[in-house]
Design a protein. Structure first.
Length: 202
């Protein structure tokens, strides 16, 4: 067994041990409510609400933050769907069923119970939280805590393995970083065009 295979096996074992540990609390209503907050429609409503509030208050920073959040969430959702529809993995709640396997395997199943990897909730929550923090660095800590809570809530409710959540967070942060890069590039292009159009004196 190669080093990479051994590391992967350790992660799978840790996933299984975590599921066994959280089994007694998986039906607690708190985790279900947190899961609802991190779902795609709710996060997109949040992004739209931030934009609407910014428009109403004529707050340019708030409008930009909401737009950045929506763009990051959209890209993160697309990215996680791209991965999810190419890798099959059963949900933690199916662990122990002789007909299921918690290992990752190439596949294109769109069945909910076979689409555990990666966590869409974690991808979306991480992307939105990081995007908000870009425009409101003074609330960076609070945004990070909120994104982390919404992401980790998927583990005790046995909707995702820890490695699913980790992959989702990585996708969300990467998506937000790409949006930030596009914003900076767009700003650079616009400023360059503005300089070219400025008439020189004399």
């Amino acid at each position: 067994m190669s080093t990479l295979e051994a590391a992967a096996e350790q992660i799978l074992e840790a996933d299984a041990r975590t599921v066994a540990a959280v089994e007694p609390v998986k039906d607690h209503p708190l985790f279900e409510r947190l899961a609802d907050l991190g779902d795609q429609p709710q996060l997109r409503i949040l992004c739209g609400g931030v934009i609407a509030l910014g428009v109403f208050q004529r707050d340019r920073r708030l409008v930009l933050a909401g737009t950045r959040m929506l763009a990051a969430h959209t890209l993160a959702t697309w990215a996680k769907d791209f991965v999810k529809h190419r890798i099959d993995r059963t949900r933690p709640r199916s662990l122990g069923d002789p007909e299921t396997d918690h290992r990752l395997a190439p596949g294109r199943s769109h069945e909910k119970e076979e689409s555990s990897f990666p966590s869409g909730h974690a991808a979306g929550a991480s992307a939105v939280a990081r995007a908000f923090a870009r425009d409101y660095p003074e609330h960076k800590g609070a945004a990070a805590v909120a994104g982390t809570i919404l992401s980790l809530a998927q583990i005790p409710r046995c909707a995702h393995y820890p490695s699913d959540v980790g992959a989702g967070v990585a996708i969300g942060l990467a998506a937000e970083a790409l949006v930030e890069g596009a914003v900076k590039f767009g700003g650079h292009v616009l400023s360059s065009d503005a300089l070219k159009k400025t008439p020189h004196p004399g």
